[in-house]
Structure formats: structure tokens, C-alpha cells
Design a protein around this ligand. Structure first.
Ligand code: IPE
Ligand code: IPE
Ligand code: MG
Length: 257
């Protein structure tokens, strides 16, 4: 009886690429790629198998974001807190950029994708850092999708480093305290030159930011899904974008609709 009185659910028609392309696309999509470990556990596989599968999804979603004409795709790959994991898992994660880039770099070059990195890359093992630097160099002239990897990234560490640098520049007389504006602070962050994310996706059912882009996400639309990262598909990505396109971004003002 009660059920009958409920509003009928909207029809579950899957959103299509064509539909999504008819509406304004988010310029910058950021993803907290989470759930690799649980994906592996469900299959009684080692956690590394989940990370390997997750890497294949990175390829798939990068290709798709490029096809959709998204300008910036930021991917949280390793946090400053992830060093707490067992050494064997950290070692495996540090091998992934090499694996990913040696096989995928030629395609990224050909597809006009520009690879960038944010995070404390100086603390990465040499082999990891070299692989990433090579990708950044070889794609530096590209003008298409910016593929921004957050590697050994933590937002509080980033903000702390920016505040320190601003203080030094004030001390040296290069800046006056009055010069410290919001755009100036943005320009001292690792994301300097990149617009703030329009849409943040987090997979695996966790509803938190885990120290990701705390300053940059101030007005970002957030979209969470229970889907584990290795199970994430183009269709899920379309659903996230369609949800974003239905939102009314007011930025503290009144509706423009
Ligand atoms: C995300 O998957 C990848 C990294 C954080 C490197 P997890 O490894 O966090 O997977 P869960 O959360 O344990 O399932
Ligand atoms: C966030 O995932 C970091 C990355 C996806 C790289 P975690 O799995 O590390 O986050 P918590 O521990 O669940 O907050
Ligand atoms: Mg996790």
C-alpha cells in the first residue's frame, strides 16, 4: 500500500555518450581511484592484482576522457599516507608508473595527451621518478588532454609547502602581505596553472577526500559510487558526467536556471 503511493522511480535508461556530449562538459575531472585491494580480496587474489587491473582502467578512462574532449583528468595514484602500507605493496605500486608508461606512452604521444605530475616526486624511487619524468618530457609539447597524476601527493603537505614559500618570498621582499590573494595562493600550489576540478569522482563507497586537493575542491561537484576502481567502466564515467550536468552550480549565488 505504502509502496504504491511512492513516486515511481525514474526510468533506468543508461545515459549515452551522445547525450552527454550535447551538454557542457566538465573541464577538469579528478578521480580518487579507490577499491583495488577490495576488488582483489573478493577474488582471493593478492592486492597487487587489484592494482594491476586498476592500471588497465586508467588506460581505458584516459582514452575515453580524451574522446569526450575533457581538458584535464587528475588521477590520485599514491598519497603521502600510502607509505604506511606493507613494503611489498608500496614496491609494487612504485613499479606501476613504469609498466603503465612504457606500454602506454607511445599512444599518449600520438593522441596528443600531455602528462603532468603533482606530488613530492623527489621522494619517489629513482626508477619511478625517471619513468614519470620521461613521460612528462616526451609529451610536454602536446596540447590535448592533460593527464595529471597525483603521485606521493597530499594536500596538507602541498598547502604547508606553499605557505612556507610565500613566507620566504615575503621575507626576501619579493612579496608584500597585501599581495597574498586567493589566486596567488593557488599559484603556489602544485596545481598552479590548472583550473580547479569541476567534478570529483571517488570509487569504492568511501565518502571522504583522503587529503586530496582540499583547496582546489572548494566548489567542485562531488560524485561517489560503490563501484570498485577495477570495475569502473566508461558507462560509470558517463553517469558521473551526466549527474554533474544535472547539477545547479550556484557558487554561493542564486540559480542561473
Ligand atoms: C586504491 O585502491 C589504490 C591506492 C590507494 C594506491 P586501494 O589499494 O586503496 O584499495 P582498497 O581501498 O584497499 O580496497
Ligand atoms: C586514497 O585512497 C588515495 C588514493 C586513491 C591514491 P586510500 O585507500 O589511501 O584512502 P583511505 O585510506 O581509505 O582514506
Ligand atoms: Mg583504499
Amino acid at each position: 500500500m505504502f509502496n504504491k503511493m511512492r513516486k515511481t522511480k525514474e526510468k533506468d535508461v543508461p545515459v549515452t555518450k551522445e547525450e552527454v556530449l550535447r551538454h557542457p562538459m566538465p573541464n577538469h575531472v579528478a578521480i580518487i581511484m579507490d577499491g583495488n585491494g577490495r576488488w582483489a580480496k573478493k577474488r582471493a587474489l593478492p592486492r597487487a592484482a587489484g592494482h594491476y587491473e586498476g592500471m588497465q582502467v586508467v588506460r581505458k578512462i584516459t582514452r575515453f576522457a580524451n574522446e569526450l574532449g575533457i581538458q584535464i583528468l587528475s588521477l590520485y595514484a599514491f598519497s603521502t599516507e600510502n607509505w604506511k602500507r606493507p613494503k611489498s605493496e608500496v614496491d609494487y605500486l612504485m613499479k606501476l608508473p613504469e609498466q603503465f608508461l612504457t606500454t602506454f606512452l607511445p599512444e599518449l604521444v600520438a593522441e596528443n595527451v600531455k602528462v603532468q605530475v603533482i606530488g613530492h616526486t623527489e621522494a619517489l624511487p629513482d626508477h619511478t621518478r625517471r619513468a614519470v619524468e620521461k613521460a612528462v618530457e616526451e609529451t610536454s609539447g602536446n596540447t590535448g588532454l592533460v593527464l595529471n597524476f597525483a603521485l606521493n601527493y597530499g594536500s596538507r603537505a602541498e598547502i604547508t609547502a606553499a605557505v612556507k614559500q610565500i613566507a620566504k618570498d615575503v621575507e626576501r621582499g619579493m612579496l608584500a602581505p597585501e599581495d597574498i590573494t586567493e589566486p596567488l595562493i593557488s599559484s603556489y600550489l602544485m596545481t598552479s596553472g590548472l583550473a580547479d576540478p569541476d567534478l570529483l569522482i571517488r570509487t569504492s563507497g568511501e565518502i571522504r577526500l583522503s587529503n586530496f586537493m582540499l583547496w582546489q575542491l572548494a566548489y567542485t561537484e562531488l560524485w561517489f559510487t560503490d563501484v570498485l576502481w577495477p570495475d569502473f567502466t566508461e558507462q560509470h564515467f558517463l553517469e558521473a558526467i551526466a549527474a554533474y550536468q544535472r547539477r545547479d552550480r550556484r557558487f554561493g549565488g542564486v540559480s542561473a536556471r
